[in-house]
Design a protein around this ligand. Structure first.
Ligand SMILES: Cc1cc2nc3c(=O)[nH]c(=O)nc-3n(C[C@H](O)[C@H](O)[C@H](O)COP(=O)(O)OP(=O)(O)OC[C@H]3O[C@@H](n4cnc5c(N)ncnc54)[C@H](O)[C@@H]3O)c2cc1C
Length: 159
C-alpha cells in the first residue's frame, strides 16, 4: 500500500519536475538490503529518460555487488541541494525517492549505450573522455555497469 506524503503541499507530482531532478543531479544514494542487514552506497549515474532507468558503473568487486547479488531491490534518493536557509530552521531542496531493481549489464552494445548515457550526463566533454578511455571494445570488459530500472518515484520540494 502506498504511504502518502504528510506535507502534500510540498509534493512534486509533475513528471517534468521529477525528471528535472534526475537530469540535474550527479549522484544518488542507494539503500540496499540482504537478509536483515541494510547498506547504503553513493554513486554517480547517467539518467536514461527514454528507459526510465539509471546507469551506474563500478569496480568488479565490492560489498554493494554482494548485496545486489542477493537482493536486487533498491530504494534511492537524489537531492538538488539549494542550501540551508539560515534563521528559518529549514533547507531549500528538490528531491526524489525512487524504488526499482539493480542488475548488471552484460551485453556489449548496452554497455556502450550505458557509458554514453553516463558520459553525456556527467561530463562537460563526453566525446573526449570516450575517445581517451574507451578506445576499444576491450575497455568495456574492465568496467561493471549496473542498470537501475525505476518502477516508482516520488518528489518533494522544500522552499
Ligand atoms: C559523490 C560520490 C560519488 C561516487 N560515485 C561512485 C561511482 O560512480 N561508482 C562507484 O563504484 N563508487 C562511487 N563512489 C564511491 C562509493 O560510495 C563506494 O565507496 C564504492 O562504490 C565502494 O563501494 P563497495 O560497496 O564496493 O565498498 P567496498 O570497497 O566493498 O567497501 C565496503 C566497506 O567500505 C565502507 N564504505 C564504502 N563506501 C564508503 C563511502 N563512500 N564512505 C564511507 N565508507 C564507505 C562500507 O561501509 C564497508 O564497510 C562515490 C562516492 C561518492 C561520495
Amino acid at each position: 500500500m502506498k504511504y502518502h506524503m504528510r506535507r502534500t503541499e510540498r509534493e512534486m507530482t509533475d513528471p517534468g519536475q521529477l525528471r528535472g531532478v534526475l537530469q540535474g543531479c550527479k549522484y544518488v544514494s542507494l539503500a540496499l538490503c540482504r537478509e536483515n542487514e541494510p547498506y547504503i552506497v553513493t554513486m554517480n549515474y547517467g539518467y536514461d529518460e527514454a528507459e526510465n532507468a539509471l546507469y551506474l558503473h563500478c569496480a568488479q568487486e565490492g560489498l554493494k555487488l554482494e548485496f545486489i547479488a542477493q537482493n536486487p531491490a533498491v530504494c534511492g534518493t537524489a537531492i538538488e541541494d539549494r542550501g540551508y536557509l539560515h534563521g528559518e530552521c529549514a533547507h531549500a531542496f528538490r528531491s526524489v525517492v525512487f524504488w526499482g531493481e539493480l542488475h548488471a549489464v552484460e551485453e556489449l552494445e548496452e554497455k556502450k549505450h550505458a557509458m554514453q548515457v553516463m558520459l553525456d550526463h556527467l561530463e562537460n566533454d563526453p566525446d573526449r573522455v570516450r575517445e581517451e578511455q574507451l578506445k576499444t571494445d576491450k575497455a568495456y570488459e574492465r568496467v561493471v555497469i549496473l542498470r537501475l530500472d525505476m518502477h516508482e518515484i516520488t518528489g518533494k520540494e522544500g522552499r
